[in-house]
Structure formats: structure tokens, C-alpha cells
Ligand binder design. Structure first.
Ligand code: RB5
Length: 151
């Protein structure tokens, strides 16, 4: 599927623009939920929008960028069915797709430069879940999610 949803806060605005350009040059159809300026905003709102549309089945994969990638990943991982990974290296980005079936990549604009960020994005989108023993573990994560769900 070459569609992807992306969002950022003010701390990730520049990197998000670079990632969109990169993904579009690779033939991806990118849906950008904002933020659209460098004016301060709240990253949980953006995480909610991206995760909600993945939960709804509209997208399989998403990318969230903030200053460190950490706030976005914490917020994203509060959503049922979302497995968000904050990555600063390509090995982690590849392995989190292959072993964790991560569906959201979180990046930090203030921690990862443009060249590496684009390589991390490539590693994330070019790899897929291996299943088998990893499926058992991902299912165990889902069980924990259910045990802690108040709804
Ligand atoms: C915003 O200043 C910053 O806190 C945010 O982008 C992010 O790094 C949070 O984790």
C-alpha cells in the first residue's frame, strides 16, 4: 500500500516537510494532518488524528514527528492497536516493522538530521512483519492492552 499518513508538532515541522517531499518522490500518496506552521501546538492532538485514522482502517502506516519523537510515541501508544516506535537508527526502524509490526514511526527533528531521518523512513516502509513467533508476542501486547482498557 503506497499511502501513508503523517503529522507533526511545531518541533517536527521542518523534518515533516522533508519527509513528505521524499515520500512523494518515491510515489507515495501522503496525507498530512498538520501542523502546518511552526507556531507552538500540542503534539497529543496530532498523534490522535494520525492514530485515529489508522485505527479506522484508512491507513496501515503513519509517521509522527516532534522535537524528540518521544512525546509523539508516548501519545500514540495510548491508542488501541497502535504500535509506535521512536527510532533514531535504521536497524531499529527495520526491526520494529519485522518483529513488532509497528504501524507508526516516530522521529525527532532535534535528534535526527535530515539524511538519517529519510533513511529511517525508508527502512520503515520497505520492511514488513515476519509473523510466526513475533505474532505471538504482538498478540501478548494486545492482551495487555485489553486488560488495561477501561472501555
Ligand atoms: C515541543 O517543544 C517538544 O516538547 C515536542 O516537540 C516533543 O519533543 C515532545 O516530546
Amino acid at each position: 500500500m503506497n499511502r501513508i499518513i503523517i503529522g507533526c508538532d511545531h518541533g517536527g515541522f521542518i523534518r515533516k516537510s522533508e519527509i513528505i517531499k521524499h515520500l512523494e518522490s518515491r510515489g507515495f500518496q501522503v496525507t498530512d494532518v498538520g501542523t502546518y506552521t511552526q507556531q507552538s501546538c500540542d503534539y497529543p492532538e496530532i498523534a490522535k488524528q494520525v492514530c485515529g485514522r489508522i485505527q479506522g482502517g484508512e491507513f496501515e502506516l503513519g509517521i509522527l514527528v516532534c522535537g524528540t519523537g518521544i512525546g509523539m510515541s508516548i501519545a500514540a501508544n495510548k491508542h488501541n492497536g497502535i504500535r509506535a516506535a521512536c527510532c533514531s537508527d535504521t536497524f531499529s526502524a527495520r526491526m520494529t516493522r519485522m518483529h513488532n509490526n509497528a504501524n507508526v514511526l516516530c522521529l525527532g527533528e532535534r535528534t535526527v538530521g535530515m539524511g538519517l531521518a529519510l533513511d529511517i523512513v525508508d527502512a520503515f516502509i520497505e520492511n514488513s512483519f515476519e509473523g510466526e513467533r513475533h505474532q505471538r508476542r504482538v498478540s501478548m501486547i494486545h492482551e495487555i492492552e485489553k486488560e488495561n482498557s477501561s472501555t
